[in-house]
Design a protein around this ligand. Structure first.
Ligand SMILES: Nc1ncnc2c1ncn2[C@@H]1O[C@H](COP(=O)(O)OP(=O)(O)OP(=O)(O)O)[C@@H](O)[C@H]1O
Ligand SMILES: [Mg+2]
Length: 408
């Protein structure tokens, strides 16, 4: 296999924003911004995506694999992340759906989203010369750190990295980081819109989980993996999403044969499940009761296991979620973590209509961030130093892998 691959982009495909430049580059309209977001930006807590260096007609060589999932494999080629798929037994390409979605989420000339990791579709012509095989690919830039899945243990152990000795201020810094991550996930979901001829249709991601949230430089978060993204109002059922993070009403369709009309509320549940898992290092239902009475034991196939798992999880959630919500509200009640815990408890409402709306949650978190930073005098420098300490290893190994690529 050739060590070097040649790639020529017909047009510059990745949306980019230049730091300090108020208008995004490449003719994109600026993103509408709330006053609180402006305040957080001015304070230095929120940053725009740094520009990507794409080779206009350069040599791209394989460096390493960044990740893989059910639909494709993401590889790092020079400094570009490329997701390729496979041809399915039914003859369809595994990325067909996601490509259609990506074209509508990131159309040419649209505003650059702040918290969606920008993706573009390569033309067949490009991919022919690039990977040496037929089929389209999705191109993005590599996240500086990676997905939250790959660094979940660092987040769960964040206490060990915060040098503050005052216990209350230490918790405030922890609360701040989790609020900053959650805020950006929520903002990304609010930016998720199908765009066509000047109209925008809100969309539901349907697969929010640690593996689909990318961490970039200085706590910048971007959602990725739009393979299951649907329009609000589409129908969904127990097959839509990743079981662990799926809203109970979706899991429940396994028993009812009905489907669910999708709204942002299914994503709200998944955000809660994601944040909870990162915060506590495990899912809330992973209790003794779950392990003993609910977790499927003897199953003859993975499909059978998965069905049983969904069925039991649904039953478990209906029985125990309320109890768990109370516990969450009680836990660390009078500490700086209180706001986050209570909001998480609300997001874990069994009834979707009772879960808070994304727009409300975004206001809550921007308020929370401003309050925490002013009450405890948390500075951007402090937050960014923490980032450097926590992720120095993964950042360093990324940098060195760029210089010493592994070859296939
Ligand atoms: N731009 C990127 N930078 C770094 N890592 C990435 C990037 N894009 C994707 N990854 C990694 O690759 C993994 C697989 O990508 P993605 O989630 O898009 O694939 P998928 O096959 O659709 O996954 P799923 O099984 O969740 O549907 C991600 O979980 C993430 O860890
Ligand atoms: Mg994924």
């Amino acid at each position: 296999m050739n060590k070097y691959k040649i790639i020529a982009f017909t047009k510059t495909p990745i949306l980019k924003k230049v730091k300090g430049n108020p208008g995004p580059a490449m003719g994109h309209a600026p993103t509408p911004t709330s006053p609180r977001r402006m305040e957080l930006k001015r304070a230095g807590f929120l940053r725009p995506m740094s520009p990507v260096n794409l080779y206009p007609a350069g040599l791209l060589r394989f460096n390493s694999e960044l990740g893989a999932g059910g639909f494709g494999t993401v590889g790092l080629y020079s400094d570009i992340a490329v997701k390729t798929g496979v041809i399915r037994p039914d003859g369809r390409h595994s990325l067909t759906k996601e490509i259609r979605v990506v074209r509508r989420l990131f159309p040419d000339g649209a505003a650059a989203p702040e918290n969606l990791f920008p993706v573009t579709v390569s033309s067949t012509d490009i991919i022919d010369r690039f990977i040496g095989e037929h089929g389209p690919a999705l191109i993005s830039k590599p996240a500086a750190v990676g997905s939250l899945d790959t660094i979940r243990h660092l987040l769960t152990d964040i206490d060990a990295y915060i040098t503050e000795t005052d216990p209350e201020r230490k918790l405030a810094i922890k609360a701040f980081i989790f609020a900053l991550i959650t805020y950006q996930m929520i903002n990304g979901l609010l930016e998720l819109k199908f765009k066509k001829n000047g109209t925008e249709t809100p969309a539901v991601h349907c697969d929010v989980k640690p593996a689909n949230v990318l961490l970039h430089k200085q706590w910048h978060i971007g959602l990725t993996d739009f393979g299951l993204t649907h329009k609000v109002g589409d129908q969904g059922n127990y097959m839509l999403g990743t079981p662990l993070y799926m809203a109970p009403e979706l899991l429940d369709t396994l028993n009812t044969d009905l489907s669910v009309t999708l709204t942002e509320k299914q994503d709200v549940w998944s955000v809660a499940a994601t944040v909870y898992e990162l915060l506590f290092g495990g899912m809330f239902y992973e209790t003794k009761t779950w392990k003993r009475y609910y977790e499927p034991k003897s199953c003859s196939s993975t499909t059978e296991y998965e069905m049983k798992f969904k069925e039991n999880l649904s039953a478990y959630l209906y029985k125990y979620t309320k109890k768990f919500q109370y516990k969450l509200c009680d836990y660390k009640k009078d500490t700086p973590m209180r706001g986050l815990h209570i909001l998480l408890a609300h997001m874990f409402q069994l009834k979707p209509e009772k879960r808070p709306r994304l727009i409300k949650m975004r206001s809550f978190f921007s308020e929370e961030l401003l309050n925490l930073s002013s009450t405890y005098n948390i500075t951007p420098t402090e937050i960014n130093d923490l980032f450097e300490t926590m992720f120095s290893d993964s950042l360093r190994s990324k940098r060195s892998s760029l210089h010493h690529p592994h070859h296939h």
